[in-house]
Design a protein around this ligand. Structure first.
Ligand code: AMP
Ligand code: ZN
Ligand code: FE
Ligand code: FE
Length: 289
C-alpha cells in the first residue's frame, strides 16, 4: 500500500486522552490513516468500541495497551499490540496496575496536603474520564483549584519526578512487563526510547539485548518526540539487534497540545510497511494478525 500511513500509539479518554475511542477512530479515518492502534495506559476498556467503529469506517484496527516498567529507577514504556479479547490473567494484572495507580494518587494527594495544598480524590475523579487515572488528572485538579496556572507547572512544581509531592508508582520490572504482554500473544514494542533525555545509544543497546531475550519484538522508531536523528538511531539499533520497527504519534487529543494524530508534531509519518512487517512476523510465529 504505497503512500499509506498508520498510527500505532494513541490514547483515548479511557486513560489520559480526551477523545472517546469512537471519536479517535473517526478522526483517523477522516485523516486518511489506513491503520490505527489504541494503546491506553493500563486498560483495555476502549478497545471494543474502537474496533467496532473501525470496522464501520474501514480502518484497520489493532488492539493495544501501554504499560510502564522500571529499569534502574527510570520509567520505560512498553506497548502491547494485538492484545487478546478475553484473558482473565491479563484483566487481573491490569486491574492490579490500576489499583497501584490509585494508591499512588492518594499518596500524592496526602503529600500535597502536608504542604497545605488541598485537592481531594473527588476533585481528581471529577476531571478523569476513564478507568486509568493518574498524574495528568491530578495536574488538572491542581489547575482547577487555582494552585497552578498550567498542568506543566503542576508537574514542574509538585508532581513531576523533581516535584515537591512526587511519589513513585509501584511498577513491574522490564522482564515482568515484557512477559506479561508476550505471554498473552501480544507483540511487545519498546515505546519512545528517546523520550527520556538520559537515553543514549549505548544504554539502548544494553537495554534491548535484555528486553529482546525476554520477548521484545520491536522498537518504536517513529514518535512525536523523536527527531530524524532519533529515528535513524532506532533503525540502526533495531537492525543490529534483529528487532522490527513500530511507530505512532502518542496522540492524547486536547490533553497534549501540539501532538496530532498520524503526524505527531507535524512531520511524523509511519508507513504502512511497518504494520505489514509486524504482521508478517506474527504470522511466522503462528500468531493471529
Ligand atoms: P502517571 O502515569 O500517573 O505516572 O502519569 C504519567 C503521565 O503524565 C505521562 O504519560 C505524561 O502524559 C504526563 N507527564 C509526565 N511528566 C509530565 C510533565 N513534566 N508535564 C506534563 N505532563 C507530564
Ligand atoms: Zn498518556
Ligand atoms: Fe508512554
Ligand atoms: Fe503513550
Amino acid at each position: 500500500m504505497p503512500g499509506q500511513y498508520i498510527d500505532l500509539h494513541t490514547h483515548s479518554l479511557i486513560s489520559d486522552g480526551s477523545d472517546t475511542p469512537a471519536e479517535l477512530v473517526k478522526k483517523a479515518a477522516q485523516q486518511g490513516l489506513s491503520a490505527l492502534a489504541l494503546t491506553d495506559h493500563d486498560s483495555l476498556a476502549g478497545l471494543d468500541e474502537a474496533e467496532e467503529t473501525a470496522r464501520a469506517v474501514g480502518v484497520d484496527f489493532i488492539r493495544g495497551v501501554e504499560i510502564a516498567v522500571e529499569s534502574d529507577s527510570e520509567e520505560l514504556h512498553l506497548l502491547g499490540l494485538w492484545m487478546p479479547r478475553q484473558s482473565t490473567r491479563l484483566r487481573d494484572a491490569l486491574a492490579l496496575l490500576r489499583r497501584q495507580r490509585e494508591d499512588r494518587n492518594q499518596a500524592i494527594l496526602d503529600a500535597l496536603r502536608a504542604k497545605g495544598i488541598f485537592v481531594s480524590m473527588e476533585d481528581v475523579r471529577a476531571v478523569s474520564t476513564g478507568e486509568a487515572v493518574g498524574r495528568p488528572h491530578i495536574a488538572l485538579a491542581l489547575v482547577n483549584r487555582g494552585y497552578v496556572t498550567s498542568r506543566k507547572e503542576a508537574f514542574d512544581r509538585y508532581i513531576g519526578r523533581k516535584g515537591e509531592a512526587f511519589v513513585p508508582r509501584t511498577l513491574l520490572s522490564p522482564k515482568e512487563g515484557v512477559a506479561l504482554l508476550r505471554d498473552e500473544g501480544a507483540t511487545v514494542v519498546l515505546a519512545h526510547p528517546f523520550l527520556s533525555h538520559v537515553m543514549t545509544r549505548e544504554r539502548l543497546e544494553d537495554l534491548v539485548s535484555d528486553l529482546r531475550a525476554w520477548g521484545l519484538s520491536a522498537l518504536e522508531a517513529y514518535h512525536n518526540a523523536h527527531d530524524a536523528y532519533h529515528v535513524r538511531l532506532c533503525f540502526d539499533v533495531a537492525l543490529r539487534h534483529n528487532l522490527l520497527l513500530s511507530g505512532g504519534s502518542d496522540y492524547h487529543g486536547a490533553n497534549k497540545n501540539g501532538v496530532r494524530l498520524g503526524v505527531g508534531k507535524g512531520n511524523m509519518r509511519v508507513p504502512f510497511a511497518v504494520l505489514s512487517a509486524l504482521r508478517e512476523h506474527r504470522k511466522n510465529k503462528g500468531l493471529q494478525a
